[in-house]
Design a protein around this ligand. Structure first.
Ligand code: MSP
Length: 641
């Protein structure tokens, strides 16, 4: 059926820092809904990826002494590992540095340009001359460059603009004709009142002050500035603008763009306008979820309070973390993460309610019937109530999942789990087991419990895929394939159960909180811990680094790179060797000439700001400064080991 397709996207993440539980929350939601849709028979395409261009990445790469591509490659590998760990079932991972994306973005630029929606103008902003960078008012607070601390000036540069203003009325008309396009609804009100009605400005979509971006096809002095590059990933990933656009034809328009509330404007104003310009239909829905906050507010690297999903998933299991995030953050609102909440949820919802239900039931079937429920059964009080709630829960779980309301969907499932636990107390199997006349009723009670647990294993499968598999293994069942099986009470003829490990062991809250706090607290001897934390290498690894004494023969600044010096070294071979080093803020060229330094001679050559650097020189980080290591009285070319 043509309408049984489902295309969902997450934002593409900046590979500038390590991802935290907030990012994980975004992706886990998309994963849960994708799994649910697949179970319901939808041909599903789930896209995630990374947003890799821009000045910030270029700067960080320069600082690290690597190319931007080398810099992002490493972080992107870590992001992919995180999604693997979190059991994310994306169908594609797009990188904005992928060649097909870069080509398609250039084609999109040309299309918009030919239509008259892109024009050349002047971008005016706060500019730091020595750093050659534009800053926003917030970044350059007090008129000071956040990078070098010098005053910024108001400056203009030539740039390309997208005629966003032209689309203001069309956007308003579109919102009015498509209720539910932006969810939750208050985000639409915010966009209309705060951005569109006060007057939409045209959007600057190119920069010429840095290079790390997709070149503007009609003027390669410019690169396309982030949002046109980033947002279009949602269609380029499907082959839009390439020779094979069959996925685009099949899956576009997207059914949901799932995004965090902070990027609402880009997705509900810029992106629809870009699509209108391209004559491409708009997505069905942009869903703006809330944020995972900490008790003290936002997580941030500078505050040092970033919560690491890997640490939590490795300690408590991937499913416990997935469950916590999806249950704790209410629909469209922010949620507050705390170790205490996490441990309480694991103990009460997962260990007590769900885990206990499964282990008690399996243990009773083993104890009373040697693991296999007999066919002779007798219906009784409470059975119909349990069945009715199972049916009602299916409707609620679906209603809320279809609305992307994960926490309510889970709340309704937990109501059924509690009801099933209560059914054990009500039917008192231990009393029925006392004499033979209770056996048929006991068999029915056990059967109803197993059926309920089977149904629960379907309800939880989109949220906790591994847990669902483990539960079903204890019931002797294969993993869920079809959501609809949760609508049939009485599907299995009987059950032969298999005892398994405890699915969610109970945690000792006091001990856990203490250990989590000590894992994350500032080290008492930071230097010792830092040194101990560095991965150990063997002597063979060290021997791979060829260190030599070399003398600085000449030294000069590098145009357009405020932090770099170009050094010409005598490495004893009789041939000059060029090395670029990020020490210009700490040394004047004349201070280095004639000095002997330690050269890493076998580092692969890299081009830094146009200088082909063959090797690097050793230096120490001393507080905010960098100090080069100088040596004395040793001949050039001497090996250091
Ligand atoms: N690269 C852009 C998105 C481009 S989409 C065409 C970007 N990247 S990001 O890495 O900064 O953020 C990615 C997503 O993570 C955003 O949806 C953002 O809202 C979300 N989150 C970042 N911190 C978050 C929390 N603390 N909580 C929940 N989501 C959070 O923006």
């Amino acid at each position: 059926m043509a309408d049984k397709k489902f295309y969902i996207t997450t934002p593409i993440y900046y590979p500038s820092d390590k991802l935290h539980i907030g990012h994980t929350y975004s992706t886990v939601q998309a994963d849960a809904i994708s799994r649910y849709k697949r179970f319901r028979g939808y041909d599903t395409f789930f896209l995630t990826g990374t947003d890799e261009h821009g000045q910030k990445i270029e700067d960080k790469a320069k600082e690290a002494g690597v190319t931007p591509k080398e810099y992002v490659d490493k972080i992107v590998a870590g992001i992919k590992d995180l999604w693997k760990l979190m059991n994310i079932s994306n169908d594609k991972f797009i990188r904005t540095t992928d060649e097909y994306h870069e080509k398609a973005v250039q084609l999109i630029f040309n299309k918009m340009y030919e239509k008259g929606d892109i024009y050349k103008g002047e971008y005016e902003g706060l500019y730091c001359k020595p750093c050659e960078a534009f800053w926003t008012e917030t970044q350059a607070a007090g008129g000071i460059c956040p990078d070098c601390g010098r005053p910024v000036i108001t400056a203009k540069e030539e740039a390309y603009f997208f005629r966003l203003s032209k689309y203001a009325d069309k956007l308003l008309e579109y919102y009015a004709a498509h209720p539910g396009f932006i969810e939750p609804a208050h985000r639409e009100t915010e966009m209309v009142n705060n951005f569109i009605k006060p007057g939409l400005q045209d959007l600057c979509i190119s920069r010429s002050t840095f290079k790390w971006g997709i070149p503007v096809p009609i003027n390669t002095d410019h690169v396309i500035y982030v949002w046109l590059d980033a947002l279009t990933n949602y269609i380029t990933a499907l082959g839009y603008g390439s020779e094979d656009d069959s996925l685009f034809k099949k899956f576009w328009p997207a059914d949901v763009h799932l995004i965090g509330k902070d990027i609402t404007r880009f997705h509900t104003v810029y992106w629809p306008a870009f699509l209108m310009s391209l004559d491409v239909p708009l997505p069905e829905k942009v869903y703006c979820h809330g944020w995972v906050l900490l008790e003290g507010g936002k997580m941030s690297k500078s505050k040092g309070n970033v919560v690491d999903p890997v640490q939590l998933a490795e300690r408590y299991g991937v499913d416990a973390l997935r469950y916590y995030l999806l249950r704790e953050v209410a629909f469209g609102s922010d949620g507050v993460f705390s170790n205490e909440n996490l441990i309480n949820r694991i103990n009460s919802d997962l260990a007590n309610d769900l885990g206990n239900l499964v282990s008690r039931t399996v243990a009773m079937v083993c104890k009373y019937f040697d693991g296999t429920i007999p066919a002779e059964r007798e219906a009784g009080e409470f059975d119909d109530e349990l069945k009715a709630l199972a049916a009602e829960t299916k409707l609620n779980a679906e209603k809320y999942l279809d609305a992307l309301n994960f926490s309510e969907s889970l709340t309704s499932v937990w109501k059924f789990i509690s009801r099933t636990n209560k059914y054990i107390d009500e039917t008192a199997p231990w009393t029925l087991a006392k004499d033979e006349s209770g056996k048929a009723r006991l068999a029915q009670v056990m059967y109803n419990l197993c059926e309920s647990i089977r149904i629960i294993s379907v309800f939880v499968a989109p949220f906790m895929p591994e847990t669902s598999v483990k539960i079903r293994a204890q019931l002797g069942l294969a993993p869920v394939e079809d959501w609809e099986e949760c609508g049939v009470f009485g599907k299995e003829e009987t059950y032969s159960v298999v005892k398994g490990d405890i699915i969610f062991p109970r945690l000792d809250p006091e001990k856990e909180l203490e250990e989590l706090a000590s894992l994350n607290k500032a080290p008492s001897n930071p230097l010792k811990e830092e040194i101990e934390g560095v991965a150990k290498i063997g002597i063979d690894d060290f021997a791979k680094v060829d260190l030599r004494v070399a003398e600085v023969k000449a030294c000069e600044p590098v145009a357009k790179a405020k932090k770099l010096l170009k050094l010409t070294l005598d490495d004893g071979t009789g041939e000059d060797r060029t090395v670029a080093s990020g020490i210009a803020l700490y040394y004047k060229p004349e201070e280095l000439i004639g000095k002997k330094v330690v050269l890493v001679s076998n580092l692969k050559p890299a081009t830094l700001c146009g200088v082909e650097s063959k090797g690097m020189i050793l230096a120490a980080d001393v507080g905010e400064e960098i100090k080069v290591i100088f040596v004395d009285g040793i001949a050039n070319g001497t090996k250091i080991r």
